[in-house]
Design a protein around this ligand. Structure first.
Ligand code: PHE
Length: 452
């Protein structure tokens, strides 16, 4: 195994892989996607389902992925192949790789927008703009073609260069410092936002549930967002789990990661929605929501210039630690299954990512009119990955963990370092065997129905 680990790079410090997994979880999903999807789905009722989904399904799926990864020390495809050779299970890994391509496509589009906004922040371009002009400028920018594509390429190449350098130093060191910094800046934004005149409407939207808004589609999107935000259902955490050392406590790690991820999402909601209402922005403005709201907040706060620069910089870094994990799933698969070298693999794959990324980026400009199932490429990839592919991957993973894997083996892996707390495993296995598969199965059927 020692040999194996050397070959697979891996994380040097005890907390390294946890930092990296938290880095994967915390990203644009928390700050860009969470507020916009919550805004589209009516607010507080969505939030409640989201929290329940994290607790009852998200954490168990995360633990299953970590365990499967660590017990096999293999990539998302290889792990299932090792555990159940000559079966259909490795197909879960193939689905994960497909999901990585779809997610990276629109994720890098949004990361590119973030880079543009860092640029605009540095050159003080938000100043003096009101909501209408911020809105118009955002729309004009995303439709403009060249720059969004350039930023996207830069982002993808940055991702590839970090993955090539190996996971060890870069990711684990930086996440440990930068994520707390991001947290502090969000707190500052929260304070500014909730002290704006008219802010209480936003808090009400976020925290006072109107259960008449709780439709099946809201539940589907809340579960999809939980999967997306935790980076589960596609093997990212199987891959990272394969780098986790035996002495790390998986339960603690999964709880800690999910907790921080959820905290950042809620805080970003509290930073965004009071401002959304205070500035008269529509909560259901879609993917542009945070890009229109945040500059408004920066314009209304002392030292807003400095904060805006820091904020967008940290957001780019948060996005990078997530995109790295998307690339890493595919790189680990190709290097281990086909014995390719890491460096050419990473750059070859990023070329494919760039091409598929164009579909999403240009769907706001040149290819605006190209629609599939009545959705643009961007919306299609965003919607299908979070609401179909990840929950479906999660469904297979829990069925595998709960019904196919040897319970004793799973228990040893999950409870390692926690042997006294048997109830944890009982709760976990109950979710993995019953709650998660049933809920995900129903939700998946429903998601399919929406297409026809
Ligand atoms: N969880 C990441 C975010 O919140 C996105 C992501 C999804 C990354 C799935 C990897 C896999 O930004």
């Amino acid at each position: 195994m020692g040999n194996n680990q050397k070959k697979r790079d891996g994380f040097s410090s005890k907390f390294g892989v946890i930092a990296a997994a938290a880095g994967s979880a915390i990203g644009l999903g928390n700050i860009w996607r969470f507020p916009y999807v919550l805004g589209n789905n009516g607010g507080a009722a969505f939030l409640i389902v989201y929290l329940i989904a994290i607790l009852l399904i998200g954490i168990p799926v995360m633990l299953s992925e970590f365990s499967i990864g660590r017990m096999t020390r293999s990539n998302a495809f290889g792990a299932f192949k090792k555990l159940k050779p000559k079966s259909g299970w490795p197909f879960i890994g193939v689905m994960g790789i497909l999901a990585a391509f779809l997610i990276m496509s629109f994720y890098s589009t949004v990361a590119g927008w973030t880079m543009e906004y860092l640029y605009q922040a540095i050159f003080n371009k938000f100043q003096g703009q009101d909501t209408a002009s911020l809105n118009a400028n955002f729309d004009a920018f995303i439709a403009s073609g060249t720059m969004p594509v350039v930023w996207q390429m830069i982002f993808i190449l940055l991702t590839a260069s970090i993955v090539v350098m190996g996971i060890k130093n870069g990711i684990e060191k930086s996440t440990k410092i930068l994520m707390p910094m991001l947290f502090v800046i969000i707190i500052v934004l929260v304070v500014r936002s909730i002290t704006l005149p008219g802010a209480s409407k936003g808090l009400k939207f976020l925290f006072t549930p109107d259960f008449s808004k709780l439709t099946p589609i809201v539940i589907l999107e809340a579960i999809g967002q939980a999967f997306f935000s935790l980076s589960i259902g596609m093997g990212v955490l199987i891959t990272y789990g394969s780098y986790i050392r035996k002495k790390n406590n998986l339960v603690k790690s999964a709880v800690l990661i999910s907790f921080s991820d959820t905290l950042i999402a809620i805080l970003s909601g509290v930073a965004i929605f009071p401002a959304v209402f205070a500035f008269g922005i529509e909560p259901n403005s879609g993917p542009g929501l945070v890009f229109i709201t945040l500059p408004n907040i920066f314009n209304q706060m002392p030292a807003g210039y400095i904060f805006s620069i820091f904020f967008f910089l940290l957001l780019i870094i948060a996005a990078l630690t997530s995109s790295i994990s998307l690339l890493e799933v595919v790189v680990a698969f190709v290097t281990e299954q086909f014995k390719w070298k890491r460096k050419p693999t990473a750059f070859f794959l990023s070329a494919i990512f760039i091409i598929s990324g164009l579909l999403s980026t240009l769907s706001f400009g040149t290819w605006k009119h190209v629609k599939l199932f009545n959705l643009s490429f961007f919306d299609l990839f965003d919607w299908t990955s979070a609401n179909l592919l990840l929950p479906l991957g999660g469904l297979f993973i829990v069925i595998f963990a709960g019904w196919v894997l040897d319970v004793k083996v799973l228990k040893r892996e999950v409870l390692h370092g926690n042997e006294k707390q048997q109830w944890i495993f009982k709760a976990f296995i109950f979710s993995v065997k019953y709650i998660s598969p049933i809920v995900l199965f129903i939700i998946f059927l429903f998601g399919l129905g929406l297409f026809s």
